[in-house]
Design a protein around this ligand. Structure first.
Ligand code: NAD
Length: 272
């Protein structure tokens, strides 16, 4: 993303989507990947890395046509195709429309990245409205299970599923209670699905980011001055530091890995 368009107004810490020196070694040549939430933050970085590795991508996104168009341009700059599919993954009718259009265009897919996620501002449990709990679960985990079930019909042996969970799945979060609970559910979903699909040689893995500079955190954290300071590296990460793990899990290099989750968080301990 160009700095002027970034929604994270932190000097020197605008989201970096891909490092200039990320060469790529065509690890995903001729692959077709669908990426939910691929218009922004981590998902956008995954789309651009996949493209640099030789994959065509389909982006599923909810809100910003501008961000989606920007992603399309970045993917096309890498010489790959980019399909944009706009809608809400928590709506059954949209999931069907999305499946039908990808099926028509591609017939099969090789990689599904379940990355779309939402987070409401931090709150005490007494103040969480029912509607927020429902929406967080609907978008983050319920639609992930349904979307995966639907897109499995387009997958063959050797396909990959990669889901974005979070450090909060393991540590919990004092004030993101509904959100962290959905991320814990995603971690369990990854392990369960990996076993369920092993006989089809469809590998299911996850990535658990810690604090990463994306528009999501700008919208949900009041105070970003301490964001990412409580890990051993004492900083938040960039989308460009998370996306290469998705490339690895989608590639042949990860052919004997399933049910695993890669933690990318600047170190997950406080010493002592
Ligand atoms: P982001 O807001 O930049 O991107 C999330 C994208 O998900 C949105 O752009 C949107 O297009 C899509 N989305 C949201 N709701 C949707 C819906 N109902 N239907 C379709 N698309 C929808 O945020 P991000 O930080 O890049 O988050 C990506 C994933 O990483 C999320 O699952 C998030 O929980 C997870 N994560 C982020 C961090 C972090 O610090 N940024 C840490 C841990 C986990």
């Amino acid at each position: 993303k160009s700095q002027s368009k970034s929604k994270v107004p932190k000097e020197g810490l605008f989201p970096e989507i891909i490092r200039e020196n990320y060469l790529g070694s065509r690890k995903l040549l001729n692959k077709k990947a669908i990426i939910s939430g691929g218009d922004s933050g981590i998902g956008q970085a995954v789309a651009v890395h996949f493209a640099r590795e030789g994959a065509d991508v389909a982006i599923v996104y909810k809100e910003s046509d501008k961000d989606a168009e920007e992603t399309r341009k970045l993917v096309e700059k890498e010489g790959q195709k980019c399909i944009l599919t706009k809608g809400d993954v928590s709506k059954k009718a949209f999931r069907k429309k999305c499946l039908d259009s990808i099926k028509k265009e591609w017939k099969t897919i090789d990689i599904l990245v379940n990355n779309a996620g939402i987070q409401f501002p931090k709150n005490d449990i007494e103040k969480i409205p029912d509607a927020q709990i429902l929406e967080t679960f609907n978008v983050n985990i319920i639609s992930m299970i349904a979307f995966t079930r639907d897109f499995l019909t387009l997958m063959q042996k050797g396909s990959r599923i990669i889901c974005t969970t979070s450090v909060t799945a393991y540590r919990g979060s004092d004030h993101l209670i509904d959100y962290s609970s959905t991320k814990g559910a995603i971690a369990t979903f990854i392990r369960s699905l990996a076993v369920n699909l092993a006989d089809k040689n469809i590998l299911v893995n996850g990535v658990a980011p810690g604090p990463i500079w994306t528009p999501l955190v700008k919208e949900t954290f009041d105070d970003l001055s301490t964001f990412g300071k409580d890990n051993p590296l004492k900083r938040a990460g960039q989308p460009s530091e998370v996306a290469p793990a998705f490339v690895f899990l989608a590639s042949e290099d990860a052919s004997f890995i399933t049910g695993e989750i890669i933690h990318i968080n600047g170190g997950d301990f406080v010493g002592g």
